[in-house]
Design a protein around this ligand. Structure first.
Ligand SMILES: C[S@@+](CC[C@H](N)C(=O)[O-])C[C@H]1O[C@@H](n2cnc3c(N)ncnc32)[C@H](O)[C@@H]1O
Length: 242
């Protein structure tokens, strides 16, 4: 069981499976001036909440991909007319230059093959296309190695090192135009978890297969990393040298 597939998580986060709900989605749409004329991909669309939101609020018909058959069922039921595909983000079933915007909302931190995922996002975007990432990061990246020993599948195990992520984006030919901290959304989510489950340990215990392995030591390592939440908006430059 992945944490984001558990009903505990869905009860807490509501429609979306991420901190902050649609606030950052809306901010990104305004920043990039996205309209119904644009082709948009939702990378790791989960239960299809953003696809529904984009359509209802902006008449944007986004395409979604996800690697969870369970979550895709809900996404398809919620968005019967949208193109929603079972696929992994490191091997996208689209031609190069298919999209003007790619959203990755709290998904990259869960992906093993991040190098290839970034290559794929770059490939499927048109020139000047937008890569919109919101996700968890470590304010103390020096402690990140401590999380690698845990086998749980939660985005909090994959906190980004923001300096590294920025370097990886720029190396590929993206230009980072916005980088903002939204850690208060992660805090709000954690407070909700503690209210409904008593403590973070109790939540991990309910969502993980091997709770004994985790809980205290995972929480300790996590605390050392000082988790935060961010949004990056990067643009695909004309060529890799700018
Ligand atoms: C925390 S959920 C976020 C879902 C959605 N973006 C949202 O905000 O509601 C992370 C999503 O990433 C998907 N995911 C994880 N690894 C993936 C991969 N390699 N390729 C595609 N999707 C993946 C999961 O199945 C899950 O739906």
């Amino acid at each position: 069981m992945n944490a984001y597939e558990s009903c505990c998580m869905q009860e807490i986060t509501g429609e979306t499976l991420r901190p902050g709900g649609f606030t950052l989605t809306q901010k990104a749409i305004n920043f990039c001036k996205l309209t119904r004329e644009h082709n948009v991909l939702d990378l790791g669309c989960g239960r299809g909440a953003s696809i529904e939101y984009l359509h209802k609020e902006y008449q944007i018909r986004a395409v979604g991909i996800d690697a969870s058959k369970q979550l895709l069922q809900t996404a398809k039921a919620k968005n019967p007319y949208a193109q929603i595909i079972f696929a992994k983000a490191d091997a996208l079933p689209f031609f190069g230059g298919s999209f003007q915007a790619v959203f990755a909302e709290c998904t990259l931190s869960l992906m093993d093959n991040l190098d290839e995922v970034l290559n794929e996002a770059y490939r499927v975007l048109r020139l000047n296309g937008w890569f919109i990432i919101s996700d968890v990061y470590a304010k103390n990246p020096k402690a990140l190695h401590k999380l690698k020993n845990f086998s749980l599948n939660s985005c909090l195990r994959g906190l980004h090192d923001l300096t590294l992520l920025q370097e990886e984006l720029e190396k590929r030919g993206f230009e980072v135009l916005l980088l903002e901290d939204y850690s208060h959304f992660l805090k709000e989510l954690m407070v909700k978890i503690i209210f409904s489950h008593g403590s973070m340990s109790s939540f991990w215990g309910k969502t993980m297969v091997e709770p004994n392995q985790l809980c205290c030591s995972f929480e300790e390592s996590l605390r050392e990393c000082k988790p935060g939440y961010f949004m990056v908006i990067a643009r695909k430059r004309g060529d890799k040298n700018g």
